[in-house]
Ligand binder design. Structure first.
Ligand code: ADE
Length: 372
């Protein structure tokens, strides 16, 4: 029990067990402290596996990045971004980074384990979400994204694969490897500029040509622009699920246009395709695509290959399946607006009639509706 002196965090006040726990908490973790288990996912230069800390028997997800691959592909910057961004964010709906360490071959990020997997898996399993479930999960996504925007972090690759579900079935947004730290003066969607914060290194990027249109996964930066046929499934992810990332770095004074292509074809905003503009509004666009997908079972813009997907996005060529809830349709129509300046902001999204009855402030304490 605490005594009068315990405000100083003096280890003299602690029991031997508490002192040992403190030492353990402070110690730098090493690969040997963990037992690695079953695979949870594969990324373009990483894999995610279950990991148990031997001393505590706590389970985590370990994202393992292969140094040789990262160096070869010049992706070191992305690893640093992911680590720094995760470190800067602290929210119940965002995956937490507990430890980061390395051995000779690999880098290890020890993260929250999302025991219930990807939102995409649930969409596939259910076909589509019951409306009240879609409402609840969209509300959680809005809260998570509003939080990261308040820290001036733009995710840039929001999609149902990157929205995980924890043991308690609340969301855990993951994969900040392509996140972007913007200044508060960024070209952002309507009124949702957050306060200035965080001292992450700006990751500035070279202007790049439109990406090569490879697989339907997260877009990777390739030299050519030739569309490659992709006859993958119809749910927003083919077989792989990779993101389009760019490479190389150089200074560019126009920060929010300095970015080359990042994102996943189906969720990429028109302004990113046209102007390479990185804005908070691009994350809102992705939320609109996810909203549509939760009910329709597939993303709004989907074509046999990425080139054709981009064409559809740029022409706002999509339609609602019969029976689509009219309130959600109205909301999606206000989000999927080509001009990012005219796109609804997250503050207004929260006030939309679709969310009537949702208390955005108490979602963490609200039991998620059962997904059936
Ligand atoms: N797949 C990728 N990241 C994961 C995580 N943190 N938990 C569970 N599965 C994952």
């Amino acid at each position: 029990t605490p005594n009068s002196d315990n405000t100083t965090n003096n280890s003299n006040n602690l029991t031997p067990q508490q002192q040992q726990a403190m030492l353990l908490a402070q110690r730098k973790r090493k690969v040997k402290d963990f037992q690695f288990g079953k695979p949870l996912g594969e990324g373009s230069y990483s894999s995610v596996v279950e990991a148990t800390e031997i001393a505590t028997q706590r389970t985590y997800a370990a994202k393992i990045l292969y140094k040789r691959h990262i160096l070869k592909e010049k992706k070191t910057k992305y690893v640093k971004i992911e680590r720094d961004v995760l470190h800067a964010l602290n929210h119940p709906f965002i995956v937490k980074l507990y430890y980061a360490f390395q051995d000779q071959d690999s880098l290890f990020l020890i993260l929250d384990l999302a025991a219930n997997g990807e939102l995409l898996t649930w969409i596939r399993k259910l076909g589509s979400f019951p409306l009240h479930c879609a409402r609840f999960y969209l509300a959680e996504i809005v809260v998570a994204v509003e939080y990261m925007h308040s820290k001036n972090i733009i995710h840039r690759d929001l999609k149902p694969e990157n929205i995980l579900l924890g043991e308690d079935m609340h969301i855990l947004v993951t994969d900040f490897g392509t996140a972007f730290q913007c200044s508060s003066s960024s070209i952002s969607s309507s009124s949702e500029d957050g306060n200035k914060s965080s001292s992450l290194t700006q990751h500035q990027q070279q202007q790049q040509p439109l990406p090569n249109l490879s697989s339907s996964t997260t877009l990777t930066n390739h030299p050519s622009n030739k569309p490659i046929n992709n006859t993958s499934g119809d749910d927003g992810r083919g077989r792989g699920g990779r993101s389009t990332r760019k490479s190389s770095s150089s200074d560019d004074s126009n920060q929010n246009r300095a970015n080359s292509f990042v994102g996943t074809a189906e969720y990429v905003s028109p302004e990113l395709l046209k102007d390479k503009a990185v804005t908070k509004a691009s994350d809102v666009w992705a939320i609109g695509c996810i909203a549509y997908q939760l009910i329709a079972g597939r993303p709004p813009f989907k074509a046999p290959n990425e080139y054709l997907t981009f064409q559809k996005i740029l022409k706002l060529d999509y339609s609602f399946p019969p029976g689509f809830n009219p309130q959600l349709r109205d909301l999606v129509e206000q989000i999927l607006v080509l001009d990012p300046k005219r796109r609804i902001g997250l503050d207004k999204v929260k006030e939309h009639p679709f969310f009537a009855g949702i208390n955005f402030n108490s979602l963490t304490q609200t039991a998620p509706p059962r997904l059936i």
